[in-house]
Design a protein around this ligand. Structure first.
Ligand SMILES: Cc1ncc(COP(=O)(O)O)c(C=O)c1O
Length: 425
């Protein structure tokens, strides 16, 4: 049995997987993407491979998702004081990128499924008449996207998808990040592709992509080294500010082998999630997201994993659960005890409620927002939901044994706090 205290919760890079690619990249002695005079850098290959994986036309690798969001906002035309709607449950980098682009972030309520409330979205579109919606698929959760797209079309709102945490999530047959005008993924160490840092912008819109390419730092003739069909890029030459947030070749070399194996990683990650969840089944106090219904039974996956890839797997909806969100119905004292017990025993869970909580995903901690009203009055419903949520990352390297050790440790604390005599199998 794996000991809880031995578990490493940090992001582990699979060096066996990436070593050859890194060595090959090093041998070129070229780290800067534009040192390759043809379109053969690892960065360019990564861009091509991402377009194939998510099924869209264009991709641009950048230095982080936050910088990617910033470039996307600029390319979409965000100007000084433009209103940009964002969900109230997202990561602090999201409102920050809006502010960096000169925009004014307006928070929209989220529901108990961690996604934007379509009712509040419509209200805020009608009331504030924004030109932009920057929609985060926080923790990989997605709203009914056809309705979001319909609303945006009806009110001429540009849809930018922050899919930083949602690479591989499929909703109604389409990948997260490809529903809107432009989308962004993260390659920061805790995401599905661990390049240390990095981001990827995707779009089917050539004009938006050319602008992102120029602004990311393709100065002079470097834009010609991008694999975009058509030669429209020269139109923006010398016309746009250059923010230099390119990805370097070594980071791309680290990401590429991981992308090749991403479907296997997703299978294992979802399997771990389901193992954890299974151990919680006797605790009626815990509520998991409804979209868990789209996870396939691990006993079926058992046969699929050794084959390498779920090549024929064509589910219309496929969550990617590299983190666990649980709404836990206990009184505040018990919730704080649970937090304390977990953190004392090497289960670094986050409790999104409580006081004195500096979690960067809580909008009431974004004191830099240009609001004159009390933060507590902004999105009360979202706050009431988040106040019950425990959030736990499931690192991609976790084995079944490690996952079970965590689940059993957590279940033991729950038993202690609820006074239940549950026999765990
Ligand atoms: C929802 C969301 N958006 C954006 C980001 C920013 O990504 P990056 O660290 O690549 O800038 C994160 C990072 O955690 C995130 O979770």
């Amino acid at each position: 049995m794996t000991k809880l205290e031995k578990i490493n919760w940090g992001a582990e890079l699979n060096t066996d997987l990436v070593n050859d690619a890194v060595q090959t990249a090093l041998k070129t002695k070229k780290l800067f993407r534009y040192q390759y005079k043809e379109t053969t850098s690892d960065v360019t290959h990564l861009e091509k491979e991402i377009t194939e994986y998510v099924n869209c036309k264009y991709a641009l690798a950048v230095s982080s998702a936050t910088n990617g969001i910033f470039l996307a906002l600029k390319a979409c035309g965000v100007k000084h004081d433009d209103k940009v709607l964002i969900p109230a449950f997202t990561f602090v980098a999201v409102p920050s990128a809006v502010i960096q682009a000169g925009g004014n972030p307006i928070l929209v309520e989220c529901n108990d499924q961690y996604v934007i409330s379509l009712g509040d979205l419509k209200n805020k579109i009608i009331r504030t008449r924004p030109k932009f919606l920057l929609l985060s698929h926080m923790r990989g959760h997605m709203p009914e996207m056809s309705k979001v797209v319909e609303l945006c079309k009806a009110f001429q709102v540009v849809l930018i998808e922050d899919a930083a945490h949602a690479l591989g999530v499929k909703h109604n047959g389409k990948m997260a990040g490809t529903w809107g005008d432009i989308g962004i993924y993260s390659m920061q160490s805790y995401k599905m592709l661990n390049a240390g840092e990095g981001g990827i912008i995707v779009s089917n819109n050539e004009e938006l992509m050319w602008q992102c390419i120029h602004m990311s730092g393709a100065y002079e003739n470097n834009y010609k080294l991008h694999m975009i069909e058509g030669r429209g890029g020269n139109k923006y030459r010398c016309q746009l500010p250059v923010y230099n947030c390119r990805l370097n070749n070594l980071s791309a070399a680290i990401a590429r082998p991981q992308l090749q194996r991403i479907e296997n990683t997703i299978v294992q990650t979802n399997k771990n999630y389901m193992l954890f969840k299974e151990k919680m089944k006797d605790f009626k106090e815990i509520t998991f997201p409804l979209s868990d219904q789209y996870l396939i039974d691990p006993t079926r996956l058992e046969n699929l994993i050794p084959e390498g890839v779920l090549a024929g797997y064509t589910a219309m909806n496929r969550p990617v659960r590299d983190s666990i969100q649980m709404q836990i119905d206990l009184d505040e004292k018990c919730k704080l005890s649970l937090l304390h017990l977990c953190n004392g025993q090497n289960i670094p869970i986050s409790y999104l409620g409580g006081t004195n909580n500096a979690n960067a995903r809580l909008f009431w901690n974004w004191r830099f927002l240009p609001y004159s009203i009390r933060y507590e009055d902004i999105c009360k419903y979202t706050k009431s939901i988040l106040d019950n949520v425990f959030d736990l990352r499931l690192p991609l390297h976790f084995t079944e044994k490690e996952t079970l050790a965590v689940a059993e440790g957590f279940a033991a604390f729950m038993r202690r706090l609820t006074g239940k005599e549950v026999t765990l199998k």
